[in-house]
Design a protein around this ligand. Structure first.
Ligand code: KIV
Length: 261
């Protein structure tokens, strides 16, 4: 598989739906690359789904560098987007220094939330490919309710999407917003939109990998579980405990391999 470039994603708009999944670790990234997923997002959701924080705001640049490095080692030929953590994009120069660290860790492009047009324009002017994010913005939202239901919120999101495209972003994530609004914005923009809880009319869809795997104890209503990995972990741990307690393990692997160490 050859790594997708920005121009590939632009060409996919309107012709081929774009699959995106988040990834945080090397073995999961390896599996996603093997499956041919064209773009991985090392999202700051890592803080909630992997690190046990109660928001994405506790995530630091150091955390992101660690996880981007792991994902890059697992998926050397896949486009990787690195999320800029909370406030590391607070002004154009801070954002540029932060983005350079994520690229040095292995990202191909960076994502940031909201209407930071001057920041996006500064990153793009310095050769950095940027993904925008509108709708629900977890770094600053008070809760996880759908946004854009009221006419004035919908209008703000429309303007934000246009502003993000105008500032030079090459892709836009749209999170937890009315489906018809997401469809309208997708039709109005040149750049591809990737939805999460934004309905069927986006140019692509993203899921948090832990949600898709069923690895966790809470899954947003718009996510889908394709497996039940949390149940498998409990089953494996119970099977191992039983075999340790009955001394079946490691005798059963010694019998299988013939090795006594
Ligand atoms: O951080 C993240 O994983 C995200 C997705 C929810 C799109 O921004």
């Amino acid at each position: 598989m050859t790594k997708k470039q920005v121009s590939d994603f632009t060409m996919m708009k309107g012709s081929q739906p774009i699959t995106m999944l988040t990834a945080y670790t090397c073995p999961v990234a390896r599996g996603l690359q093997q499956a041919g997923v064209p773009v991985l997002l090392v999202g700051d959701t890592v803080g909630m789904v992997e690190m046990g924080f109660d928001s994405t705001r506790q995530v630091t640049l150091e955390h992101m560098e660690y996880h981007i490095g792991a994902v890059r080692r697992g998926a050397p030929d896949t486009h990787i987007i690195g999320d800029l953590p909370y406030r590391t994009d607070r002004d154009p120069d801070t954002a540029l220094a932060s983005a350079r660290r994520l690229l040095a860790a292995g990202a191909d492009s960076v994502k940031l939330e909201g209407d930071k047009y001057a920041v996006i324009a500064h990153l793009v002017a310095n050769g950095i490919d940027v993904v925008g994010h509108t709708g629900l913005l977890p770094q600053t939202a008070k809760g996880f309710a759908k946004v854009g239901r009221r006419a004035e919120d919908a209008q703000r999101i429309r303007e934000e999407a246009q502003g993000i495209q105008g500032a030079g972003a090459f892709m836009l994530v749209m999170e937890h917003m009315p489906y018809d609004l997401a469809g309208e914005i997708t039709a109005a923009l040149r750049i591809p939109t990737i939805g999460i809880g934004a309905g069927p009319d986006c140019d692509g869809q993203v899921l948090v990998i832990n949600d898709a795997l069923g690895l966790g104890d809470y899954w947003p209503p718009f996510s889908k579980q394709y497996a039940r990995v949390s149940d498998s972990i409990a089953d494996v741990a119970k099977a191992f405990s039983r075999e340790v307690e009955t001394r079946e393990f490691p005798n059963n692997i010694i019998r299988m391999t013939g090795s006594r160490g």
